[in-house]
Design a protein around this ligand. Structure first.
Ligand SMILES: *Cc1c(COP(=O)(O)O)cnc(C)c1O
Ligand code: SF4
Length: 443
């Protein structure tokens, strides 16, 4: 028997969950304290079927959902703990705001860059960075079945202003797409669009199936629900209706790709997770798998090869391994780029060619998606070999370039050109400074 009632838990209600009794006091305190700063949400399925309670706190899914003490700086942790203990609500609020500001809440500059316009007016809920693909953020899809502790979208879950950025209807999207026939892909993202009921999702998708949108060949849905709530595709009241919506997308001659956000093979082991995958594939849609590589969660080649191998066996397609972004509790999750590369390579070389459709590790930087392609020694100098998988200018794509080797670097902005060069080849073509970046699309 699997859980079939979706029960979300926040920091208050988690204390009523049966599993709370299994959490030792120091971890409970960490949950109460850190969740003042970073969002916390889990659900009945994650608690009952994904977390191995005999293995906490090291269990990767526990780490993925439950806040940990060291996600905050030590003195911040102590200050928040004391403010909460004193019942000082105003003090806690101000303190929390200050700490959040230091955690780079808007790594994207996404309110200011790449928000497109129609007839001179900004279109809410759209980002357009790479020619062929438009990202779409429907308003009702800006939350998730559970929150990942590493999430780069965390500010929107703590009531920051990003929600204002989401689209309330499909009109802005359709008028933008009608004028942009170079766009072939719409990627519906969040939060998690699969948090929406089927009829809401249909209101966003169906306009794209009609006349005038023949150039939209691919519709993608970024989602973590295959991991956090596979019941969405199996036992939810409108699960069948959802699959019929997928049928209509396929019948309209579009490719439908469910971009499944999987962080760990534990998420694909349960029978219901596999059933969900099979039901989606039976509609003619594809499922592609992607995730960042994260310390404490999946910094282990065996985890990736199990994930990809299981995925391929069930019919999913390994797609991207990302590098963790520079926001939130970054210091807790980040690993050196060289380590990310080793994990990728060790996993990649251990799987069938059918799983080697995956690309990575890739950094979603301001200039584009940058792949780390090894650390060769060229003319006696050890370097990072890099290339763009996506670039602001598609002429940059797949042109090898090199950065000075740095065993501690964890993000693209820490890299400098190799061979004594002053700048990277694309530097002169960037209109805005490096560091103002767009989000990786994970879910
Ligand atoms: C990753 C990403 C996409 C999709 O890129 P693909 O390589 O086509 O999967 C689109 N827009 C933005 C802003 C992205 O970061
Ligand atoms: S990483 Fe994706 S699924 Fe996880 S909390 Fe963020 S938006 Fe939601």
């Amino acid at each position: 028997m699997t859980v079939d009632t979706f029960t979300p838990y926040n920091v208050k209600t988690i204390q009523k969950a049966p599993q709370w009794a299994r959490i030792p006091e120091d971890l409970r305190e960490a949950t109460r304290v850190v969740s003042q700063v970073l969002p916390f949400r889990t659900n009945s399925y994650v608690l009952e079927e994904l977390i191995d309670w005999n293995n906490i706190p090291d269990d990767p899914i526990f780490r993925l959902n439950f806040p940990h003490r060291t996600m905050l700086e030590e003195n911040d942790y102590a200050a928040v703990r004391d403010a909460v203990a004193d019942g000082d609500r105003t003090g806690t609020h101000l303190l929390v705001r200050k700490i959040r500001e230091r955690m780079n809440p808007h790594p994207a500059g996404q309110q200011t860059h790449n928000v497109p316009e129609v007839d001179g007016a900004e279109v809410p809920g759209i980002q357009h960075k790479y020619t062929e693909t438009v990202l779409f953020f429907p308003k009702q899809g800006q939350t998730c079945h559970a929150y990942c502790t590493f999430c780069f979208r965390w500010p929107q879950f703590v009531g920051d202003d990003e929600l204002a950025f989401a689209a309330k209807d499909a009109e802005g999207l359709t008028s933008y797409l009608a004028q942009h026939t170079e766009v072939t892909d719409v990627l519906i993202t969040g939060g998690d669009p699969m948090i929406m009921r089927t009829n809401t999702l249909a209101r966003y998708i169906e306009p794209l199936l009609g006349p005038g949108f023949e150039h939209i060949r691919n519709i993608r849905i970024g989602t973590k629900s295959l991991a956090y709530w596979p019941q969405r595709f199996v036992t939810d009241r409108d699960a069948d209706e959802l699959l019929r919506l997928f049928d209509r997308v396929i019948a309209a001659g579009k490719h439908l790709a469910v971009m499944g956000h999987y962080n760990h093979p534990a998420e694909i082991r349960p029978e219901i997770a596999q059933t969900a995958l099979k039901r989606i594939l039976a509609t003619g849609a594809n499922v592609r798998m992607q995730s960042p590589v994260l310390r404490h969660i999946n910094d282990d080649p065996a985890a990736w090869s199990e994930l990809w191998t299981t995925g391929v066996r069930l019919g999913a397609i390994p797609y991207y391994m990302f590098v963790e972004r520079d926001t939130g509790a970054r210091h807790y999750f980040e690993i050196p780029l060289v380590r990310a590369y080793e994990i990728f390579r060790d996993a990649y070389r251990s799987v069938s060619g059918l799983a080697r459709t995956v690309r990575g590790p890739s950094m979603s930087a301001h200039a584009g998606k940058v792949l780390i392609d090894g650390t060769p020694t060229i003319n006696g100098e050890k370097v990072f070999a890099l290339q763009f998988l996506q670039g602001r200018d598609d002429d940059w794509v797949r042109r090898p370039f090199y950065a000075a080797y740095d065993p501690t670097a964890t993000w693209f902005d820490q890299l400098t050109p190799a061979f004594g060069e002053k700048k990277f080849f694309f530097a002169d073509h960037l209109a805005i400074p490096q560091g103002a970046e767009l989000p990786a699309v994970v879910s």
